[in-house]
Write a protein that binds this ligand. Structure first.
Ligand SMILES: CC(C)(COP(=O)(O)OP(=O)(O)OC[C@H]1O[C@@H](n2cnc3c(N)ncnc32)[C@H](O)[C@@H]1OP(=O)(O)O)[C@@H](O)C(=O)NCCC(=O)NCCS
Length: 166
C-alpha cells in the first residue's frame, strides 16, 4: 500500500463525504447522497480508508448476494451442489479519490474486502463485482477475478482461494 497511513473504518457521519472525488461521477454521487441511507437500511455496509480524521481517500461497499449456478463457468459449477444459486458477497462499489490513486490503495481496499468476506461467519462461495467498464474489469482481472461467461462485466473470485488474516 501507499506510505500514507490510511485507517480503515465503517462510514460515519463525521467523515467528509462531500469532498470525495474519484474518476467516476456515479461513484462520487453514491457516496455523497446515497451511502449513508443504504447503511441505515442495511442494504450495504460501507468501509472507508481515511487519510485523516475526516478525509475519505477511498471506499467500498459490501452486501450479501447470490449467483446463478448455471452462470458460473462449467468447470467450477460442476463442483458445487445442485442448488439454483450459490451464496456470494457483492462488492457493489469501489473507488479511490483522484489524489490517492495509483498508490496501491484500490488494491489494498480490495484485499481488505476479500479478507472481511473470507473471515465472515456466514458462508459465501465467492465475492462478485460489477465492473462499470473495461478498465474496471481489467483492474479486477489483474487481481485474479474471473468474468462470468455470459456477463463479462460481472466477475467473481472464489473465497476459498483467499487466505484470511487471523
Ligand atoms: C479502479 C481504482 C479503484 C483503482 O484504484 P488505485 O488505488 O488507483 O489502484 P492501485 O494503485 O491499488 O492499483 C493496484 C494494482 O492494480 C493495477 N491497476 C490499477 N488500475 C488498473 C486497471 N484499470 N487495469 C489493470 N490494472 C490496474 C495497478 O497497476 C496495481 O498493480 P500492482 O499491484 O501489480 O502494482 C481507481 O482507479 C478508481 O477509483 N477508479 C474509478 C472507479 C472505478 O473504476 N471503480 C472500479 C469498480 S466499478
Amino acid at each position: 500500500m501507499s506510505s500514507t497511513p490510511f485507517r480503515l473504518a465503517l462510514l460515519d457521519s463525521k467523515h467528509d463525504r462531500a469532498a470525495f472525488n474519484s474518476d467516476s461521477e456515479p461513484l462520487n454521487r453514491y457516496l455523497h447522497t446515497q451511502a449513508t441511507q443504504d447503511v441505515r437500511r442495511r442494504v450495504a455496509a460501507c468501509y472507508v480508508a481515511l487519510a485523516d480524521e475526516q478525509r475519505i481517500a477511498g471506499y467500498y461497499t459490501l452486501a450479501s448476494a447470490s449467483v446463478l449456478l448455471n452462470g458460473l463457468p462449467a468447470n467450477i459449477g460442476k463442483k458445487l451442489p445442485r442448488y439454483p444459486t450459490v451464496p456470494a458477497v457483492r462488492m457493489g462499489r469501489l473507488a479511490v479519490d483522484q489524489t490517492f490513486k495509483r498508490q496501491g490503495l484500490g488494491g489494498a481496499l480490495l484485499a481488505d474486502a476479500l479478507d472481511r468476506a473470507a473471515r465472515a461467519e456466514i458462508a459465501a462461495f465467492a465475492m462478485i463485482v460489477d465492473a462499470k467498464d473495461d478498465a474496471a474489469s481489467a483492474f479486477y482481472r489483474h487481481h485474479g477475478f474471473i468474468a462470468l461467461p455470459d456477463s463479462p462485466l460481472t466477475l467473481f473470485l472464489p473465497l476459498a482461494s483467499v487466505q484470511p488474516s487471523k
